[in-house]
Design a protein around this ligand. Structure first.
Ligand SMILES: [Zn+2]
Length: 319
């Protein structure tokens, strides 16, 4: 983790330790409700239970959620283990507020999303807008993938308009081989099997467009997925960094109208993916089923991790 000017997680950890040591009387109440920090990843890999282990990286507390929520819920329902990681704390991701209070708000939002999806979440304490592909961050990403004992690693492609998105992807790429190298971050055991790395879909064309190696249906989880994503009010209803006064009205009717609009817009995003990547759906599910799918998420296999066979892809996406 980068040394930051303020350390949110240190603050949270200090509050937890203080409470554990009985430093606060039972009558004492914090003036704001602190988010419970995400459970720290274990120092060594968890024992294998025969289930898949998936880790999804996004730059901000909403990116891994948008890109992975549907398929994450499908894995979770089958008992597989999914972790969503935000590489930054999101502390400038709003048009009206910033800093620690916003970071806390965003952590609470993604924790609730994760609870609804049945997955784990971690938000790194790196300032929004400031992540860079440093050696220190490469070590952090490598540790996270090893600690999760990942079979599958997912992130966005490095072709992207946002520098945090670009560098998050680069850091995942930089870790793709290093997770297997014993004397790189030797405090966490290396992975015996190199995970398969996937990119999520995007519309950027240069230097090369996204290629759908695989597309999966999220039809059966679309409603709970949308319900979960709509929890991120600061980003979805209030417009995040590009919001403006009045975007999320105060009156109940105006609020409901906005909520309905953003829900439809999100649903259209997954519906558009099903249409755009129809060939990949037909390839994976066969023509009868593949043509009927309404909502989908598509993935491209990264060249740097393990290259799966078609048979292995079906084991990794056992839907
Ligand atoms: Zn983002």
């Amino acid at each position: 983790m980068t040394r930051t000017r303020f350390s949110l997680l240190a603050l949270l950890a200090a509050a937890s330790v203080g409470a554990a040591l009985g430093m606060f009387s039972t009558a004492w109440q914090p003036r704001i409700a602190l988010a419970k920090p995400a459970a720290p990843a274990p120092a060594v890999q968890p024992p294998q239970d025969g289930k898949l282990r998936i880790i999804i990286f996004g730059a901000h507390p909403d990116d891994a959620e948008y890109r992975g929520a549907g398929v994450a819920m499908k894995w979770a329902k089958l008992g597989h283990h999914v972790k969503l990681v935000s590489a930054t704390n999101g502390d400038i991701g709003h048009w009206q507020s910033a800093g620690g209070p916003l970071a806390l708000r965003r952590i609470r939002e993604v924790q609730e999303v994760a609870r609804r999806l049945g997955v784990t979440v971690e938000v790194l304490d790196i300032h929004d807008g400031e992540i860079t592909p440093t050696l220190e961050n490469r070590r952090t990403f490598t540790r996270l993938i090893r600690q999760w004992n990942a079979d599958i690693v997912i992130t966005n492609r490095p072709n992207d308009y946002h520098p945090d998105h670009r560098y998050t992807s680069i850091l995942v790429q930089d870790s793709a081989y290093m997770v297997t190298v014993p004397f790189f971050v030797p405090d966490v055991p290396p992975l015996k099997n190199n995970p398969v790395f996937f990119y999520t879909a995007d519309r950027f064309q240069k230097p090369n467009p996204f290629t759908a190696d695989l597309a999966v249906s999220i039809d059966e989880v679309i409603e709970p997925t949308l319900d979960a994503l709509l929890v991120m009010e600061s980003q979805i209803h209030e417009g995040g960094a590009n919001g403006y006064p009045g975007i999320y009205p105060e009156d109940p009717a105006g609020r409901q109208k906005r909520r309905d609009e953003v829900r439809k817009s999100l649903a259209r995003r997954y519906a558009s993916a099903a249409d755009t990547y129809r060939d990949a759906l037909v390839k994976f599910y066969g023509p009868d089923q593949g043509r009927k799918i309404r909502y989908a998420q598509a993935f491209e296999i990264c060249e740097y991790g393990r290259r799966p066979s078609t048979g292995e892809l079906r084991k990794l996406f056992p839907f």
